[in-house]
Design a protein around this ligand. Sequence first.
Ligand code: NDP
Length: 333
Amino acid sequence: QIILVTGATSYIGTHVIKDFLAKGYHVRGQVRNDSSAVKVHRVFPDAVASGTLRTVSVPDITVEGAFDKAVEGVAGVVHCASPFVMQVENNERDLLDPAVKGTNRILEAVAAHAPQVKRIVITSSFASIVDPAQGARPGYTYTEEDWNPTTWDDAVSTESGAVAYCASKVFAEKAAWAFVKEKQPNFTVATVCPPMVYGPVEHDADIKKLNTSVADIYRFMDGSTKEPGETGFPAFADVRDVAEAHLRAYERAEPGRYFITSGSFEYRDVCKVLRDVLPDRADKIPDPEATPAAQFYKTDNSRSAKELGMTFHTLHESIRDTALSLVALEQGK
Ligand code: NDP
């Protein structure tokens, strides 16, 4: 069985590919160009050599028919590709379009050219659950029943990259649910919604250009950040749990929206773990006590635990393994 995984270069996509390969699936990893294909090949040399992993190029996921060839012959799809950046020139062009059109293009391609596909798993986000206007919202617990209420007009015009990014994820996820409702295709959809994702870096990463969530930890390791500061998104998931959730959601085959999270955290907790696991560079890591503890929303992962059988890594495990992988990356290993 071949699974098409879009965004094959990504931090999360790499763990997804690893899990599907380990379970015996063949993977077709979508990339945008040849240099990205080379990155994927470097991460999985054995699977490439044995032919269980191949890459397919889709240079622009927003154009009509983008995925028509990529979906040919696949048994299932994991759609992970989407920009996770907070600073863009144009919200619509750089965030909303690739997220929403990319999602529509893949669903259209499967419906038209891959009738054998029964299941599509989409990497959505807590960004599509959280209401950014409510801020820390102490006393509130977010669940899969919550939807980010940002309007399209606000998403296009906001000067906050975080608000625009979150909107890109909710509009993409809503597009998927609307597609299934209107077109009644052969496949069911599941969406996986993690908050900030931490845990070991296994993709072909550049320490100077880390993906957004890992960079959020590295800035506490490299001496560039002086205090923990306010925690923008005080909930996290481990990348290994996020990948496992994609696989479990794929195999479960029921429609579903899954909030994948280990729960709340604060940057001061991150700094504590970093000082604990990297004693040699404790002087570069902010003093955890420099920022007082805060009150903020809680998260509910009970549906994922019950329906997918998920268990979740702790913050200590997640930050420790992020840190150790980043030290290895610094050393060029
Ligand atoms: P990365 O930055 O590591 O990867 C992003 C991926 O999306 C890359 O494969 C990239 O391809 C592709 N991509 C980016 N922009 C475009 C575009 N305009 N057109 C086509 N492909 C594009 O991010 P993550 O691994 O963190 O994110 C992967 C997915 O997980 C995204 O959908 C993101 O929204 C979601 N997510 C991430 C969270 C996190 O904390 N990391 C939390 C919740 C959800 P290329 O290499 O060619 O640039």
